[in-house]
Design a protein around this ligand. Structure first.
Ligand code: B3K
Ligand code: ZN
Length: 877
């Protein structure tokens, strides 16, 4: 057990900083034995402070203090006190210069926070509170300073030395070292500081902004990867243009740099002018990257670029406001990707992710509002709720205001708050002002956790020719929030006539009807909407485009769902109807494996496969059955094995019944010519591989050969990995041989090997856990590399439910062991892993006991990190 329970930080305790730091100058002396950091801070009292202490308190962790001086005078030991979390300097004046020198050990930093080494290069990760591991500072986002950074290092080992801003000066020193200075003219919080030093190559391009600024664009990578940067560069240029056109935002420095590193805790980081990326989100070539990888790169490059305005120029007052920058920036990157590719498919993918992960989070012990009220470790709050639900909350504001007023709202936001650290309330106020409406009730989306549920009933009155929708909203209790006030919910609806066309919608007291979709606004617990002049009983289409992050319950018949699936004018709703129907059938099969599958269901799938008019990408989405974990979320108690069997059985049934249609689709969707990651080709490949997946359910030698042929043809990584994953589900000599050949071919490419680890971890083979255990010892695996951990351990525990939740508890013991092993190295990664047991209460009593035992064991371990402690203890509450 920890000696002290970590303390909790509360939003209600926020106080403005007592001191500000206007100017920072840093000097790094990078070395193999250790790094010296000299800092010069210009401090003054904050005129807006609400309290006044005589002492200055600075954050700082794991720093070896070498010297300290105030206004040029060395400080006597009695004038300051150092502890594990910081430094107190006694009796400071109102304005002064503080100089310090510390020694840090980046070469031993396995937590990958602060300054650390990835392979042969130095790099940093400071968000949220990593800067305090570099030097003493007011490491909080509402302290914004101008930084100048000088880096000295051996020139041969580290020819490239980078930091934020524009390059200022370069000098070669006599001892084989060199020194470069960077100056960032924009005040920024310390979490946006970055430094990189290494033997790197770059590709360069340029961009001219509408106001005529020439910006140099550079992507830095290790020499062997220089040919894998083109897609990232193209994505960056698209993102810059898009932000200029859609939001009127342009870039503000002379240079924009991206650096790819192999050891990185998350996807990427938006440091001012110097983004640092997980190499997974930079490097791509047709031979090594899948369609998903290409899309991931495009969206993460854009996301980090968009942060320059939504995050950097305007930042967060405190970390409770994290969604101010993350929710908004995710919404921006979602819309960018929709514009670059297929809008309808993008929306489906985003909703699928939200339902699978965010709804689950909202229903579990870690549920928290988009703007949390408290935390122990802020790194634990970079969640799907803050990011993805946060994006939905911004999207709803744009739904409520309409596109023009939304754009006026963001213009106002940039004008009002440029250069400041603000709150989500400040953002909503801009929307309210621009839309000229009161959004007080809307703000509950930021403060109340949980997924609201809508119970909707429809009633047709043939005499009056009216159709009424009665909507009741309620939101389940979440930790610390037993009762919720009603939300303001935009609900997009349409009514279909018997031919499947949209009816004209006219609410009571309205003169002109609207054909198509209508945005209803729910604000009360119970509300009724009456549509007039409805000539026949309609089929309602509800929550079109997923206009709000809620669950809808409406008593549709199977036939109505099939009707919506075939006719709804909204692509999202067609997909959603198919999901609802598949889910209903699957859950019936779990309850009773002998229950009959409605014949219409198979016909609907056949119809969809053969009608030739549906966009292949959308068709692939429609034909994808809900995932096992999502199905589990719909049950009172998750039946792991029952769900797996039902889903496999239904897939086999569909494959048996539709073998010819699936084969025809497989053949028709081969994408000829050179690989292109455009939306149309991606859609065809995804449909084709989905068809192959169904067909591989059959014990059929011809199909098996088709799959092997696809693998051997090796046209692109998408097709290769799809085929190999399907083959790896079986324990055959051929699968073993192909897996080994794949390893031999790609052993020099860590990102490709991640795929190789993952597909083995996801295999349906019964002995998968033993194989994963063996792969932990594979020379290409490293527990210190977060990508490898996610690829092998993460994939097994989060993507292979039936093996991870094995009845004997072996999966849970495996995860418990790994969490403890990881926690000593990298608490952030360990904490992501421990979450995979957080929802133990959803399982049967035997599994509950086994998971609980692992959580208790973790909690009892001496020295467990604050990150892991918070998740494990909250899970057990
Ligand atoms: N802002 C970073 C995430 C930092 C995570 C710190 N644990 C990446 C992003 O959202 O763009
Ligand atoms: Zn972000």
């Amino acid at each position: 057990m920890l000696r002290d329970t970590p303390s909790t930080v509360y939003l209600k305790d926020y106080q403005p900083p007592e001191f500000l730091i206007d100017q920072v100058s840093l000097q790094f002396d990078l070395g193999e034995e250790g790094t010296r950091v000299r800092s010069r801070l210009e401090l003054r009292r904050n005129p807006a402070a609400e309290s006044r202490s005589a002492d200055l308190r600075l954050h700082g962790e794991q720093l070896e203090l070498l010297s300290l001086a105030l206004d040029g005078e060395p400080l006597a030991p009695a004038a300051y006190a150092q502890d594990d979390e910081g430094l107190t300097i006694r009796q400071v004046p109102d304005r002064f210069v503080l100089e310090s020198e510390v020694r840090i050990l980046p070469q031993h930093n396995t937590a990958l926070e602060g300054l650390y080494k990835s392979g042969g290069m130095f790099c940093t990760q400071c968000e949220a509170e990593g800067f305090r591991k570099i030097t003493w500072f007011l490491d909080r986002p509402d302290v914004m300073s101008r930084f100048t950074t000088t880096i000295t290092a051996d020139k041969q080992r580290y020819p490239v030395l980078l930091s934020n801003g524009n390059p200022a000066e370069a000098v070669d020193l006599a001892d084989g070292r060199h020194r470069i200075t960077w100056a960032d003219p924009f005040p920024k919080p310390a979490y946006l500081f970055a430094l990189v030093a290494g033997d790197l190559r770059f590709i360069e391009d340029s961009h001219t902004t509408p106001s005529g600024r020439q910006v140099a664009l550079r992507i830095y990578v290790e020499p062997e990867n220089i040919n894998k940067c083109a897609h990232a560069m193209a994505s960056l240029k698209h993102a810059m243009r898009w932000d200029e056109q859609q939001y009127g935002r342009e870039y503000d420095l002379d240079i924009y740099m991206i650096v790819a590193v192999n050891d990185f805790n998350m996807g990427a980081m938006e440091n001012k002018g110097l983004n640092i990326f997980n190499s997974k989100y930079v490097l791509a070539s047709p031979a090594t990257a899948t369609d998903r990888d290409f899309q991931g790169i495009e969206s993460v490059i854009a996301h980090e670029y968009f942060h320059n305005w939504t995050g950097n120029r305007i930042t967060c007052r405190d970390w409770f406001q994290l969604s101010l920058k993350e929710g908004l920036t995710v919404f921006r990157d979602q819309e960018f990707s929709a514009d670059m590719g297929s809008r309808g498919v993008k929306r489906i993918e985003d909703v699928r992710l939200l339902r699978a992960h965010q709804f689950a989070e909202d229903a579990g012990p870690m549920a928290h509002p988009v703007r949390p009220d408290s935390y122990m470790e802020i790194n634990n709050f970079y969640t799907v709720t803050v990011y993805e639900k946060g994006a939905e909350v911004v999207r709803m504001q744009s739904n409520l205001l309409g596109p023009e007023a939304y754009r006026r709202g963001t213009d106002l936001y940039f004008e009002r708050f440029d250069g400041q650290a603000v709150t989500t309330d400040d953002f909503v106020q801009c929307m309210a002002d621009a839309g000229k409406r009161d959004l007080t009730q809307f703000k509950r989306w930021y403060s109340q956790a949980g997924t609201p549920e809508l119970n909707i009933r429809g009633e047709y009155d043939a005499v009056r020719q009216t159709y009424s929708l009665t909507v009741e909203q309620h939101c389940p209790a979440t930790p610390g929030q037993p009762d919720k006030a009603p939300f303001l919910i935009p609900l997009a609806v349409g009514l279909l006539d018997s031919k499947g066309a949209d009816l004209a919608l006219q609410l009571e007291d309205e003169s002109t009807p609207i054909r198509g979709t209508r945005m209803l606004e729910l604000s009360e617990r119970r509300q009724q909407f009456v549509f007039e002049q409805v000539p026949e009983t309609p089929v309602p289409s509800l929550l079109r485009g997923f206009s709000a992050p809620v669950k809808v319950h409406f008593d549709y018949s199977d036939a109505q769902l099939m009707f919506l699936m075939a006719h709804d004018s909204d692509g999202f709703s067609r997909w959603d109807a198919a999901q609802t129907l598949s889910q209903r059938i699957l859950l019936q099969l779990v309850a009773d494996p002998n229950s009959a599958v409605p014949t219409g269901f198979i016909d609907a799938f056949r119809q969809a496969l053969t009608d030739g008019s549906t966009d292949p990408a959308l068709l692939a989405e429609v034909l994808t059955l809900p995932s096992e974990s999502y199905l589990g979320d719909q049950m009172a108690e998750v039946d792991v094995a029952g769900i797996h069997q039902a889903r496999e059985w239904l897939k086999t049934l569909l494959a048996t019944e539709l073998r010819n249609e699936l084969l025809a689709v497989y053949r028709a969707n081969e994408v000829p010519g050179e690989y292109q990651p455009d939306a149309a080709s991606i859609g065809r490949r995804s449909l084709r591989n989905l068809a192959l997946g169904y067909l591989m359910q059959l014990d059929d030698e011809t199909i098996q050969q088709l799959c092997v042929e696809q693998y051997r043809a090796g046209h692109n990584m998408t097709d290769v990995i799809s085929a190999l994953s399907l083959l790896a589900d079986r324990d055959t000599p051929e699968a073993a041989e192909l897996l080994e050949a794949f390893y031999q071919q790609w052993q020099g490419d860590p990102l490709v090997l991640d795929k190789w680890f993952s597909l083995q971890a996801l295999s349906k083979r019964p002995d998968t856990l033993q194989r994963v255990q063996a792969l932990l010892k594979h020379p290409a695996f490293s527990i210190a590399n977060p990508n490898k951990v996610r690829a092998l351990i993460g994939a097994f525990c989060s993507g292979n439910a039936v093996r991870f939740h094995a009845a004997d508890g072996s999966g849970y013991r495996f995860l418990g062991d790994r969490v403890l092993e990881l926690d000593g190295l990298n608490p952030q990664v360990a904490s992501r892993m421990v979450r995979l047991m957080a929802r133990w209460q959803r399982y049967d009593p035997a599994r509950q006991q086994q998971m609980k035992a692992q959580l208790e064991r973790i909690l009892k371990t001496e020295g467990v990190s604050r990150d892991v402690f918070e998740i494990a203890s909250k899970s057990l509450e």
